[in-house]
Design a protein around this ligand. Structure first.
Ligand code: SF4
Length: 440
């Protein structure tokens, strides 16, 4: 037995399953059973596990997880800048990191990031396959070599665009935005130029063997995801999804863990259907969604359009949210964009977990609310999703009201002392407790 899936299917509880169960405060046997059924994954390359990886689980049984994409581009590439982005993403709670680098020394960038990354780490191998060559020229050996090379570095999950097929391409004709996935667009170009089937699809069994060897999790890419809400849930997207369902089963039968990637740009009213159809077609395999963005008209604010869609997605079926930064569609994100994107996605994930009634989720809100009602600023700030930002704003407000010791403030600059309903409520409660309402 080589993979988490096979170990779980044999009825054994691995150390990684136990670790995930403890982190989520849930019974290990429940985690094992979901893993065995293909409804939960623990992306953990055996080589990364030997260094610094803390295993994390992804699936509906568990809290919703958030991924942060980082990576160089051909226009701007600095390993130090990417390390800084990763550290900021981790500091504000990213549960996974994807390195989407396309510029500079890709192997060195990946190696440096992985050495500092304690959470599941993913890549998109085709980006490196085309490095220094035209996409039309790539062949099967080049693909397998890069996948093997990245596997040996310890990558925990790979986006593999094996579901976009030659016969799907005519379905794109009526689209507004065509193919927006980089991997999908590159492979479509290759298929048209060579008049052949997607090489990732043709070599899928070989890829399964490589991934099973290190227990790398498939993240089956959605090369035809809609990039405009006008294209959402169209024939091309659904045809690829059906292929992803077939590939999910094939990979699982070879012992591989699988999650499936999903859209993209989807109007709010279509999100529930999109989540349910994926769960049905892929038999409950964890759904990893990019957004979805619920409108196209807010460049500069797409962390918000995405958080709205992600909340619904995580409520209706997704297990893993890929963050979107405010700079989406506009440029390569900087460290501040990464922080804003992760926080927005974490809020979406938590809001969905509360609505799903996940054990312990609403308790966090309760703790913060009690602290807020008691004007206990120290706990209020510490319990918040981004304590550093909350504290910065609180300290600024305290300066405005002339308070040196910010934690002792009994009102803030929003309403002023006489109008502070929280302070007044506190006095009312204390008076009622003393059975002396006249002294409020
Ligand atoms: S002043 Fe207003 S905003 Fe500030 S703590 Fe009191 S009620 Fe809340």
């Amino acid at each position: 037995m080589t993979t988490q899936l096979q170990i779980a299917q044999a009825g054994q509880v691995s150390d990684e399953v136990r670790f995930v169960a403890e982190a989520e405060n849930i019974e290990a046997e429940l985690v094992r059973a979901e893993l065995a059924a293909g409804r939960l994954v623990i992306p953990a390359n055996k080589l990364h596990l030997k260094t610094n990886l803390r295993p994390a689980g992804i699936g509906r049984l568990l809290t919703t997880k958030v991924n942060a994409n980082i990576g160089t581009s051909s226009v701007r590439s600095s390993i130090e800048a990417e390390i800084e982005k990763m550290e900021i993403a981790l500091a504000v709670g990213a549960d996974a990191i994807m390195d989407l680098s396309t510029g500079g020394n890709l192997d060195r960038t990946r190696e440096q990031l992985l050495a500092r990354c304690p959470v599941p780490f993913g890549t998109v191998p085709i980006y490196q396959v085309i490095e220094g060559r035209d996409v039309e020229d790539i062949d099967n050996k080049m693909i397998l070599d890069i996948v093997e090379r990245q596997a040996a570095q310890g990558v925990d999950f790979f986006t593999i665009h094996a579901g976009v097929l030659k016969e799907h391409l005519p379905l794109l004709e009526s689209r507004v935005a065509g193919i927006v996935s980089r991997g999908g667009a590159l492979l479509a170009k290759w298929m048209l130029h060579n008049n052949r089937q997607n090489p990732f699809y043709e070599m899928f069994d070989d890829l399964c063997d490589i991934l099973a060897d290190c227990d790398i999790c498939f993240s089956l890419g959605d090369g035809l995801r809609p990039g405009a809400i006008a294209d959402a849930t169209d024939q091309a997207q659904l045809a690829e999804l059906r292929t992803l369902g077939e590939l999910t089963q094939r990979a699982q039968e070879k012992g591989c863990q699988v999650m499936v990637e999903g859209p993209g740009h989807v109007p709010f009213d279509q999100i529930q259907y999109n989540m349910e159809i994926q769960q049905e077609v892929c038999r409950g395999a964890p759904f990893y969604v990019l957004g979805p963005l619920v409108t196209d008209i807010a460049p500069g604010y797409d962390h918000i359009t995405s958080a709205i869609g992600a909340t619904a997605a995580a409520f209706y079926g997704a297990s893993f949210l890929c963050y979107v930064t405010p700079r989406e569609h506009l440029g390569l994100p900087n460290a501040e964009d990464v922080r804003a994107g992760v926080v927005a996605a974490k809020i979406a994930a938590h809001a969905a977990d509360v609505a799903r009634g996940l054990k312990g989720a609403a308790e966090k809100d309760r703790r913060l609310s009690i602290a807020r009602a008691n004007l206990d600023w120290e706990t209020h700030l510490a319990e918040s999703i981004d304590p550093a930002t909350a504290e910065k704003m609180h300290v600024e407000a305290c300066r405005e009201i002339g308070r040196e010791k910010s934690f002792s403030a009994d009102y803030c600059s929003m309403c002023g002392k006489a109008w502070c309903s929280v302070r007044i409520n506190k006095e009312i409660r204390e008076a009622i407790k003393r059975k002396d309402p006249a002294k409020v």
